[in-house]
Design a protein around this ligand. Sequence first.
Ligand code: GTP
Ligand code: ZN
Length: 189
Amino acid sequence: MAIDHAKIERAVRDILEAIGEDPEREGLKDTPKRVARFYEEAFAGLHEDPSKNLSVLFSENHEEMVLVRDIPIYSMCEHHLLPFVGQAHIAYIPRHGKVTGLSKLARVAEDYARRPQLQERLTSQIANTVNDMLNPRGVIVVIEAEHMCMTVRGIKKPGAQTVTSAVRGMFETSAATRAEAFSLIMGRH
Ligand SMILES: Nc1nc2c(ncn2[C@@H]2O[C@H](COP(=O)(O)OP(=O)(O)OP(=O)(O)O)[C@@H](O)[C@H]2O)c(=O)[nH]1
Ligand SMILES: [Zn+2]
């Protein structure tokens, strides 16, 4: 079994007891089950192979940039197991007209987001997978996110956005191509 529900439920019960709560009281008795269901959803990507989403490509006579912008991202920071929430932007320049379905880029992002993550790793994993599977002329991935571990605890800075990028191929070697991508991605602000 991919996710051990019983084990999560036992652990959540222990946490409730450890904070001085009564896990048997009305409002809490189903909480371990609910948390287990949530973790199953939040960490489902651990059991997916994100590159499978890009195994079927098709040919289209288009060798210019393709950008899917504003893809909502929900992930879990691996340091605190708190969510970080934001948007991913994924662009690539096809080589020999080899393109993928647009939704597949969002699926790759989703599979990597649903794991205990760091924003930097999430960003480069998406870029590397698109690069490996499409062999494009270039890939750029930008993620903007707010980390709940900085919002609700610790430094407590709601609204602080972390922006990460990963560039491969032409986006790395051509400043003009990279600038065009950034202006399309950030232009809406
Ligand atoms: N680079 C990076 N850091 C992250 C990410 N998510 C959370 N962090 C940081 O991970 C760090 C963990 O630092 P620690 O000092 O070990 O933990 P902490 O005492 O809870 O840190 P504070 O948040 O400063 O209270 C914090 O600075 C977090 O802001 C991420 O995706 N990438
Ligand atoms: Zn954190």
